[in-house]
Design a protein around this ligand. Structure first.
Ligand SMILES: [Zn+2]
Ligand SMILES: [Zn+2]
Length: 452
């Protein structure tokens, strides 16, 4: 049996030896971006790579997920190393898909490159022989919570239970055999240096809103209409008026968009649609802001005598990394990039469904540099492949070694000491309870609720 240090060194060398293949995977995915639950080409690339490394794997999990397993000879906990398959929609990105407008503006292509690189390093060195337990290599769909109407349609057709990838995988039981989970996101932020762990991330719930008015001639007889766009604008003003009531420490973010503002300019708008997230640091803070947002939405309908349909959908849980896993990750990061390039980034106001995983098991979601441009913007690119592709590959593999080396003492210790915030059942019940459709009739001042 190799010492842990020798094994880690061998893995880093093996990853370096696979540089061309790893870079090719990251670059390939960059120019073949696909939105969540539609990542067919990307999933195939992952499955083909697993096949060529003789990794047994399942495909089409939560539509496009691919789950491989490096099975240990000795019993022990299972560590999942995760990469996200999906892209965003940024049509004017230089590598966008000309047909769909999809583009990798969040660096998920680098996550898959890193995940595949970690797998290669572990397989090439036969690392599992010196470990106990199993390593799951998990390429997961749909982290970006987008195309809400489309996904809601899939939900109504029974093709999905949730609108995000990891909640869907949890619900379908694909994390039932996983004890600890880790993934590394790519970042571009100079203040986050080369490597960063966070204290927490915002959670969110998601709302799809529809104002129904009455169409009429916009010039000839507007008094006969009910203007749904005006109702929506009053609602948006109401939400904005609430902002002073949000506590700084709760890090609330409410950022509505109008996805349909009317149909013809000479007809009073009668069908106006909005989407928004309600984000916050804790579930309590999110729920408090959500009540205020609903009140503002009803107020718009009431002012105009319109009807508003408010669909409230479960989003993502606030991220809560496991401290011990962070520590292990950081020790390796010190070796890989130097201690002066490692930082603790405090609370972040974005959201990720790794938060959901972190609610039910020990999990870690650090980030590493290697990107340039604005996150989710049209200039977001991978500018340093060493940091974006190779470093996460090494960091993920080395973390798995730390957790499972020998008799997997470290993983066992973490699992034993970890108190999950929720059981899987509690988590699912919590998320399912959020689904709600309220129809508020502003003229009558009455509300009814229905299933989404
Ligand atoms: Zn993103
Ligand atoms: Zn992302």
């Amino acid at each position: 049996m190799r010492t842990k240090e020798d094994l880690k060194k061998a893995i880093c060398e093996a990853v370096d030896g696979r540089r061309a293949e790893i870079e090719n995977i990251g670059d390939q995915i960059m120019v073949n971006p696909e939105l969540g639950f539609k990542e067919y080409k990307t999933a195939k690339l992952v499955a083909d790579t697993m096949k060529s490394f003789q990794i047994p794997h399942e495909t089409e999990l939560a539509i496009t997920g691919v789950k491989g397993v490096i099975k240990g000879k000795n019993p022990g906990p299972t560590v999942a190393l995760i990469g996200e398959l999906d892209s965003l929609l940024v049509a004017d990105h230089p590598h966008s898909d000309p047909e769909t407008g999809a583009a990798h503006a969040c660096g998920h292509n680098a996550q898959i490159a890193g995940l595949m690189g970690a797998m290669m390093g572990l397989v090439d060195t036969g690392a599992i022989d010196d470990l106990s337990g199993n390593i799951v290599i998990f390429a997961v769909p749909a982290e970006e919570y987008v195309e809400i109407e489309y996904r809601l349609g899939m939900l109504r057709e029974g093709k999905l239970s949730f609108l995000g990838g990891k909640p869907e995988l949890i619900q379908k039981g694909h994390f039932d055999d996983v004890d600890l989970a880790a993934m590394i996101h790519t970042h571009r932020s100079p203040e986050m240096k080369k490597t960063s762990v966070v204290e927490s991330c915002n959670g969110c719930i998601v709302k799809l809103i529809r104002y129904k008015g009455r169409p009429a001639h916009a010039g000839g007889a507007p008094h006969k209409g009910i203007n749904a766009l005006n109702a929506a604008q009053i609602a948006l003003a109401g939400i904005n008026a609430q902002r002073e009531t949000f506590k700084d420490d709760d890090a609330i973010r409410v950022h509505p968009i109008i996805t349909r503002g009317g149909d013809l300019v000479n007809v009073v708008p009668a069908d106006v649609r909005l989407e928004t997230f309600v984000r916050g640091k804790t579930n309590e803070a999110i729920m408090d802001a959500n009540i205020k947002v609903d009140r503002a939405l009803r107020a718009g309908a009431m002012a105009l005598g319109a009807t508003v349909e408010i669909n409230t959908l479960p989003g993502y849980m606030p991220l809560r990394d496991d401290g011990e896993m962070q520590k292990l990750f950081m020790q390796n990061a010190h070796e890989l990039v130097g201690a002066e390039e490692c930082t603790q980034a405090g609370h972040r106001t974005g959201s990720t469904d790794m938060g959901d995983i972190s609610h039910i098991m020990p999990a870690v979601h650090p980030s590493m540099s290697g990107a340039s441009g604005i996150s989710h913007g049209n200039d977001f690119l991978i500018s340093d492949k060493e940091m974006a592709y190779l470093a996460p590959a090494k960091a993920l593999a080395l973390l798995a070694v730390d957790l499972l080396y020998g008799n997997a003492e470290k993983a066992k210790e973490i699992v034993a000491h970890h108190k999950p915030i929720m059981t899987k059942e509690k988590y699912l019940a919590y998320q399912n309870k959020i689904f709600q459709k309220e129809i508020y009739d502003g003229e009558a001042g009455t509300s009814e609720t229905d299933s989404v």
